[in-house]
Design a protein around this ligand. Structure first.
Ligand SMILES: *Cc1c(COP(=O)(O)O)cnc(C)c1O
Length: 394
């Protein structure tokens, strides 16, 4: 038997993918399963973006590109930062990667040393602590509460800082909670980060998906002094329904961007040339797709959160953004069901509804339900959850 590398110890397979696989298996057996596990928009990539890709293929743009992205895409990203965030970056301060996830991986590899601590507010995206551990660093988890909107307070942030602290991760709007920080909240965290010399890593992949008029702000734009110690990660996956194209990007100080590009040059090289041309069109072309998608997501958010809140034993946090509802199901825990994984398994078996347990996101009292699915599925799925919850309560 092959002995695996020691750094893989404790590396778990993504639970999101496990539930998706189990749901697929049940579907193959002919069962009618409603999936609330999706981590991607259910919309098709807009036609103008697909056309740009087809044009790129026919024009022979099918070869290696510069490792960190074609200049045209870097410029489209720079224009996006200027337009949406009021941020100025030079080309050498921008890196294009194979998805935002890949940018974050490169960044953790470039910035974190063995023994470094990285502060991660919980609930968190499952990949942050795993990627930190793969870089040899120590994830320091700061619990947030639903009462505080699942947001880390500046006080909790400062209390978690030690001489070993290297970085902090901010993800607003958040996966899995949908919580989004206000400008004032970000400014307070930024001020503390600047004062303590902590690198701010801000994952803004859900920037365009906010509801009820909530204004998403980049923490990088709240404090001039922060810019030298902050890396913004974003991408086209969520905003333009382009998850399969694998284009994400990072912007920050040239030194760290250069290091990230070096890592990329020795691993994946450039992101797919065709996808890069498609991303140029996504960022430079018409943006009319986004408000239409956001309107639809907002209606679904309301239906799902309100529907879940009407079920005794469940309370759902009403998210400001992204496309997930993080629902507290501990009211259904008892002799038989004691964990979020147990509850997710029960809902799949008993109600034919696939949800994701909250435990791998850092809170075992919750489950995550994605509303990146049809209103019909939401209505039917929530109804089934209500019936199953009734049976659990006995
Ligand atoms: C989806 C997601 C990403 C990145 O997705 P890519 O497809 O790799 O660009 C990053 N962070 C969070 C929190 C996400 O949910």
């Amino acid at each position: 038997m092959i002995r695996l590398a020691k750094r893989l110890a404790g590396l778990e397979e993504s639970v999101t993918l496990l539930i998706t696989a189990k749901a697929a298996e049940l579907r193959a057996q002919g069962r009618d399963i409603i999936g609330f596990g999706a981590g991607e928009p259910d919309f098709d990539t807009p036609a103008n973006i697909k056309e740009a890709a087809i044009k790129a293929i026919n024009a022979g743009k099918t070869k290696y590109t510069p490792v960190g992205g074609i200049p045209e895409l870097k410029d489209a990203i720079r224009a996006k930062f200027k337009r949406d965030n009021g941020l100025d970056y030079r080309r050498d301060e921008v890196l294009v990667s194979c998805g935002g996830k890949h940018s974050i991986f490169n960044l953790f590899q470039a910035a974190l040393d063995a023994g470094d601590e990285i502060i991660i507010p919980a609930p968190y995206w499952v990949s942050y602590p795993v990627m930190a551990a793969l870089a040899g660093a120590k994830p320091v988890i700061v619990q947030t509460t639903e009462a505080h909107g699942f947001k880390m307070t500046p006080k909790a942030f400062e209390a978690a800082i030690t001489p070993a602290t290297k970085a902090v991760v901010i993800n607003s709007p958040s996966n899995p909670t949908g919580a989004a920080y206000t400008e004032a909240e970000l400014a307070a965290i930024a001020e503390a980060a600047v004062r303590k010399g902590v690198l701010v890593i801000t994952d803004e992949i859900y920037e365009q998906l906010a509801y009820g008029g909530f204004k998403v702000v980049s923490i990088a734009s709240t404090n001039k002094a922060l810019k030298d110690n902050c890396v913004v990660v974003n991408g086209v996956s969520k905003a333009y329904a382009m998850t399969g194209w694998r284009i994400g990007y990072a912007a920050g100080p040239a030194e760290i961007i250069k290091a990230m590009a070096s890592i990329q040059s020795q691993s994946t090289s450039n992101p797919a040339s065709i996808s890069q041309w498609a991303a140029v069109e996504a960022l430079n072309g018409t943006q009319e797709f986004i408000p239409a998608m956001v309107r639809e997501f907002e209606a679904r958010r309301n239906a799902m959160a309100d529907g879940l809140n009407a079920i005794p034993g469940i309370t759902a946090f009403k998210p400001q953004g992204a496309f997930y509802v993080f629902a507290n199901v501990s009211g259904l825990y008892g002799k038989e069901i004691k964990t979020s994984a147990g509850l997710a398994t029960r809902l799949l078996d008993d109600a034919g509804v696939a949800v994701v347990p909250g435990e791998p996101f850092g809170n075992d009292d919750y489950i995550r339900l994605s509303y990146a699915t049809s209103m019909k599925n939401i209505t039917e799925g929530v109804k089934r959850i209500g019936e199953a919850a009734g049976r659990m309560r006995g």
